[in-house]
Design a protein around this ligand. Structure first.
Ligand code: MTE
Length: 401
């Protein structure tokens, strides 16, 4: 029996680590076949420890605080958050920084466990703009960051991280506190009853089981902010960095925006395609996303290892939500103020089955509106040290060295 015995889970999810904590993704085809929105059952899960147990009757009284470098710190219950603030609903894709790390590890080994390509999921999140709460607390002059802390007690303290204050206050960044996913209250694995949703950035910034927003002058000194989700300079090997906090403490190496990415759902690995007697055409399909709200502007495929490329069609379901304006799940869906793209898109491209049969590999790449292009696998030279590195021996929780 694990500490999560109270949490219901779907047997289709694939475990990426041992029995506990719970880290899972859906089979890619099951995820992709769901379409734009992911049901809570198949939404990927990344937990560093045990899921806090919150009974349904306790949800309205869940308290969180807004404190730190502010004139008016306050504590609010979820009931008050719902009653006093404007409720909004927005589609957002969350992606773990380790999405597709299994493939990346084949190019160059990094720290962290081997995610397949389904560490990505999309939901309509309902809640309140984070900026509304920070505005009410009135940040002081020196305030630059908003730290977030969850209720899950881990070996190195509570899970926490930070983002910049000016991002929180920017409506185009879309940061919110959310208590509903696709119209139902959050499930335990996804932060029941309250979480942060930080669109366009790695999932690690979207703190679950949220208890505190702390306004500060410097980035979070939480262990998980410092020793998770970083890309250190190229010449720093994992061994070299292990006992050197100076590499980890430098916030320039923290990953915030997602990197441009795309993956092939069909043809799936080992999928059998009928060469004779079947349809003449095969539709290759998959997903792509950009980071920081940037739109994916092209997805290209190559059947000859990148010598020649073909342009795929892109469907952006997020745009259909952008054009709609209505009440949805108790929140106002109105993204007219938001230019940014915070969701995955789906691409497709038709091939002759005979062409596919002749191809050795299918190579795929996406590009965003800032011309950020997905790097080619075998030239990717960046070592990644994100997630659970070797622990520097002399780091003490809560203290900067
Ligand atoms: N928040 C808390 N409190 N504890 C956690 O372990 N994991 C983070 C983030 N927020 C985490 C957390 C990471 S690394 C990711 S990728 C996302 O939650 C995953 O969100 P999900 O499990 O709802 O998909």
């Amino acid at each position: 029996k694990t500490p999560d015995a109270h949490v219901p889970r779907d047997p289709r999810l694939i475990r990426l680590t041992g029995v506990h904590p719970f880290n899972v993704e859906a089979p890619l085809s099951a995820l992709f076949n769901e379409g734009f929105l992911t049901s809570p059952e198949l939404f990927y899960v990344r937990n560093h420890g045990a899921v806090p147990e919150v009974k349904d009757e306790e949800i309205p009284d869940w308290e969180f605080s807004v404190e730190g470098l502010v004139e008016k710190p306050f504590i609010l219950t979820l009931r008050q958050l719902i009653a006093k603030y404007e409720q909004i609903t927005c589609p957002v894709t969350l992606v773990c920084a380790g999405n597709r790390r299994k493939e990346q590890n084949q190019v160059r080994k990094s720290k962290g466990f081997s995610w397949g390509p389904a560490g990505v999921s999309t939901a309509l999140f309902t809640g309140v703009a984070m900026s509304e709460l920070i505005k009410r607390a009135r940040p002081r002059k020196k305030a630059r960051y908003v730290c977030m802390e969850g209720a899950d007690k881990l070996p190195n303290g509570f899970y926490g991280t930070s983002v910049k204050l000016n991002w929180v206050m920017d409506p185009n960044k879309g940061m919110m506190l959310s208590y509903k996913m696709n119209g139902e209250m959050l499930r335990p694995d996804h932060g029941k009853p309250l979480r942060a949703v930080i669109p366009g950035q790695i999932g690690g910034r979207s703190v679950k089981w949220l208890k505190k927003l702390i306004v500060t002058a410097t980035p979070s000194d939480n262990w998980y902010h410092i020793y998770d989700n970083r890309v250190l300079p190229t010449m720093v090997s994992p061994d070299e960095s292990a006992n050197k906090p100076k590499w980890w403490m430098d916030d320039r190496y923290a990953i915030y925006d997602l990197s441009t990415n795309s993956a092939i759902a069909y043809p799936a690995h080992e999928e059998q395609v009928c060469l004779v007697g079947g349809p003449e055409k095969y539709r290759a399909q998959g997903y792509a996303y950009g980071g920081g709200g940037r739109r994916v502007t092209r997805v290209e495929l190559s059947l000859d290892k990148g010598r020649t490329w073909r342009l795929a069609d892109i469907d952006y379901p997020e745009d259909r939500y952008r054009d709609a304006e209505q009440m949805l799940y108790g929140g106002r869906l109105d993204m007219s103020w938001r230019e940014s793209c915070f969701c995955w898109c789906q691409w497709s491209l038709d091939f002759l089955v005979s062409e596919l049969a002749d191809a050795k590999d299918i190579v795929l790449r996406a590009m965003d509106e800032s011309m950020n292009i997905q790097p080619k696998g075998n030239v990717l030279e960046r070592p990644r040290h994100d997630e659970q590195p070797l622990v520097p021996r002399h780091y003490k929780q809560g203290r900067r060295l």
